[in-house]
Design a protein around this ligand. Structure first.
Ligand SMILES: Cc1cc2nc3c(=O)[nH]c(=O)nc-3n(C[C@H](O)[C@H](O)[C@H](O)COP(=O)(O)OP(=O)(O)OC[C@H]3O[C@@H](n4cnc5c(N)ncnc54)[C@H](O)[C@@H]3O)c2cc1C
Length: 433
């Protein structure tokens, strides 16, 4: 049976769930259709706004976004304010304020300041709006500090000894600080897992949500901290799914020093927590999230989207709404395809904008600033995509990593662009109803 909604969102990542929430907050009936988990779930959970500009580390994202809007008028941040940097920054700030509210103080950050965080390899990444559990991990403030890096026996992804060596080298060489820091590697066990090899971050985080495993974890850390005098403790991103904030608060209180999680690789517990925060917030205001459902095609008449055809493991279904938001992600989430010759946007058959100067198939292995990263769909200032005939579809909006003209990998702006464009697409879609 056809189901009619006020708005349908394609994609359940940062962009789609943010847009869905903005429309549902206005009392509208909203559905999110999602084939599966996208890159939001894989991310480190830290929201990058703008980490690099002209290959230089950005310390104040607000200032650099202003510059970017002047120098790259097609960048999604420029589209936010239709070229007006003040308006764009207002939307950036509003969307972040809105996001921070749904995290219930589990995230912190300031759009005028990047925080330089370390990852499992001891290298670093500038980010802006970050989980509370990472706030004491700003490497720029830890150059004099003596740190203890604590790994878990059997959890091979985070090797405390390697991390310690690498972090020490990275901080002193690349961040070009004059002082040195010291990192002492240690290891603990999680006895309740009943094994001492092939342990995953997911298993540890689930275990640390239980009181028993967490208290054993805490006991061991307390013992370690009496052996060495340190200024802060760094752990991999494992502090739980449900109790991560509470566990972190207890650790800092009981150990008497700052404790921080570092950025992890997929599968990333903080990325999964972020996905959960976004889904819970959408559910709480009545958004229906339909998982395992792929949107195959759209039925369009006179530049208006009428219905969506979907397929799941079990059946095909038609969905109908007054307005639609396309937030199906980029190549990894399969919102876009590239077969070596041709780019596709599979649902609406929107033209995929790209830089024609490059032969993508010959430059497949090029690293950093690869022009394929700029490929995507183009939108007008209302966040409406431009169709093949050059017109816009009157009731379609788009947001997130499906957008063209920016490279989130080299400039470190992924979740920032998804959040801010998702917010604006949601607001505009709602206003059009
Ligand atoms: C490994 C990795 C780590 C990253 N780490 C960070 C980080 O630490 N900080 C940061 O700021 N950025 C990071 N990024 C970038 C960031 O994750 C993305 O830019 C951002 O999550 C994109 O959000 P989105 O909502 O646009 O898309 P996604 O989160 O990818 O969501 C797309 C959604 O669309 C759905 N979908 C696609 N096609 C269809 C269809 N036909 N029908 C139904 N559903 C469909 C997908 O299933 C998915 O639910 C990282 C990216 C990767 C790959």
């Amino acid at each position: 049976m056809d189901i009619h909604y006020d708005a349908i969102i394609i994609g359940a990542g940062m962009a789609g769930l943010t847009a869905a929430r903005k429309i549902a907050e206005a009392g509208k009936k909203v559905a999110v259709l999602s084939r599966g988990l996208g890159t939001t779930n894989m991310s480190t959970g830290a929201i990058d706004l703008l980490g690099y500009a002209q290959n230089k580390l950005v310390l104040n994202p607000e200032d650099e976004i202003r510059n970017l809007i002047r120098t790259s008028p097609k960048h999604p941040y420029a589209i936010l304010g239709n070229g007006d940097d003040k308006k764009a920054l207002e939307i950036v700030k509003d969307s972040i304020k809105d996001f921070l509210k749904i995290t219930n103080m589990a995230y912190v950050g300031d759009t005028a300041q990047n925080i330089v965080l370390s990852n499992y390899f001891g290298t670093y990444r500038p980010s802006c709006i970050i989980p509370l559990t990472m706030r004491h991990g700003n490497l720029l403030e830890l150059t004099d500090a003596k740190l203890m890096a604590v790994g878990v026996r059997g959890y091979a992804e985070f090797n405390a000894k390697f991390f310690a060596k690498s972090l020490h080298y990275v901080v002193n060489s690349f961040l070009r600080q004059t002082t040195t820091n010291e990192v002492v590697p240690k290891e603990i066990t999680i006895p309740s897992l009943g094994k001492d090899k092939d342990i995953t971050s997911i298993e540890i985080a689930e275990a640390l949500d239980t009181e028993e495993a967490f208290s054993r974890f805490l006991e061991q850390l307390k013992e370690l901290i009496t052996e060495v005098d340190v200024d802060a403790v760094v752990v991999p991103a494992i502090l739980g799914y449900k109790n991560w904030v509470k566990n972190h608060t207890i650790l800092e209180k009981e150990l008497g020093v700052p404790v921080f999680e570092c950025l992890s690789l997929p599968p990333s517990v903080p990325g999964q927590r972020l996905q959960q925060i976004l889904e819970n917030a959408a559910n709480d205001i009545g958004v229906e999230i339909h998982r395992g459902l792929q949107v195959l095609s759209a039925h369009i008449e006179n530049n208006e989207c009428k219905t969506l055809e979907t397929v799941s493991d079990i059946y095909r279904q038609t969905f109908k709404a007054d307005v639609y938001v396309l937030a199906s992600g980029s190549f990894i989430a399969e919102g876009l395809y590239f077969d070596g010759n041709k780019f596709y946007e599979p649902v609406f058959n929107l033209p995929v904008h790209r830089d024609n100067r490059n032969n993508f198939s010959e430059r497949r292995l090029e690293s950093g600033n690869h022009r394929i990263a700029f490929a995507g769909i183009q939108v007008n200032q209302a966040m409406k995509p431009i169709a093949q005939n050059g017109d816009v579809l009157t009731n379609l909006f788009a947001a997130g990593s499906i957008l063209a003209n920016y490279d989130y990998i080299s400039e470190k702006s992924g979740l920032g662009v998804a959040l801010t464009t998702g917010y604006l697409a949601g607001v505009n879609a709602n206003n059009s109803l």
